[in-house]
Design a protein around this ligand. Sequence first.
Ligand SMILES: [Zn+2]
Length: 491
Amino acid sequence: MAFKVLTGNFSHETNTFNIVPTTLAHFRVLNANEIPGARRGTRTDLGATFEAADKYGWSLIHPVAAGANPSGIITRETYEDLAGRLLEGAEGIDGALLHLHGAMVAEGIEDGEGELLRRLRAIVGPDVPVIVTLDLHGNITQAMADNANALLAVRTYPHIDHYEQAWRGADLLERAMRGEIRPVTVIAKRPMLKGLDGGRTQAGPMRELIDRGIALEEAGKALVVSVCSGFTAADIRDIGPSVTVTTDGADPAGQAIAEEFMDYAWATREFTSVRHHTLAEACAYAKAGEGKHDRPLVMADVTDNPGSGHYGDATNFLRAMIAADLQNAAFYAMFDPEAVQQGIAIGVGNSGTITLGGKHDAGAGGAPLVLTGRVVTLSDGKLRAFGPMGGGVWRNLGPSMLFRVGGIEIMAITLNSQATDLAQLTSLGCDPTRKDSIAVKSNHHFRAAFTPIAREIITVNGGGLGDKILTGGTYLNARRPIWPLDDLTRT
Ligand SMILES: [Zn+2]
């Protein structure tokens, strides 16, 4: 008889410092009928799950797939709605393979995934295997480890291995449902708010621990070793890096591995692999390179990254670019539905004046810009990603515009999103490969698509919400004492 397997997405990285609540309207929700058409054949977690179900002959139940751009705390009503839809499919299953994030916060629920898994466990009982894939930016909790049999975090940042981790999870689930293995997961943490270089997997402590974990898996010492750097923009008790280890049956060796790995994370907590440029430095550098290269300089404002739940409408960087009179430059993007509507009213090919950006919190990245320029392109914002992150998936950024001011092609969008795919620019008629310089709002994910076309990449501090959190963030709920808020030098 075919195993009955529950799958689905309920994914959100919640920035508790973002003052705008996240509601159902912010989520892209696919129901059971829509999921196969949207996800089969894609390099996504659900794409892999459908392939695994075909291979193993599972009867797959997929009541809902829901994901939103990182943003503020999810309203309780929205959480209950989406969690309820997912758990409706849990009665009588043989196993579950869920694709979550790990840093979800809802009103009154600091640990969104832990609570979801607790509810699932209450329905299915202790013996049904529950396997979960996660983002490496999850703030992983004891409740997640206790209520899932295995937690598999992605191992790349930019995250381009959701598909592979879902396949690994599927293989584990099949073996667990057959009774060949009984996966048990333990967790270790340290009093750290941040560390593991923010999850960067190119070099440094994150790379080191991921490689050590893979070696242990290959040597048969553990079924899974997952390393998560945590998400600093979440003011919750369980913030911070973690290591979870899954063994076949309860095994003290699992906890020992997790503790040893976290000792290393603690020892390397100060390590950083990036230095952010000031706006003046970045613009001067871009100006000096104009006309001298055949590939663009890519400049990322890490402090207004929609991918971390920042507002996406900070104006400081664009203001500096205009003041520097950059030529053959691109700016992606300003999240500003009203400005796009102003552009629509002006009309393609016409010149006019718009008020752009700075509308959420002028104290986090600058006041609105009043700009006169030309509306070059308008689109409905629907595009098919073709890059390494989610290639093949249709995305919708809502009504979008390319507005040209001097030598800068400024793109504005209606649904907030960071720059992760070149199609976001090309769909508006901007050819990024031919620019002298390109500004993006992104912390690190942009690299997957932009590294191959860039002559050089620099990161920039544009004074957005991310900068406010890092320099003056008030953590009221984090467990104390915790580094770097408290002096832990003697521990
Ligand atoms: Zn992430």
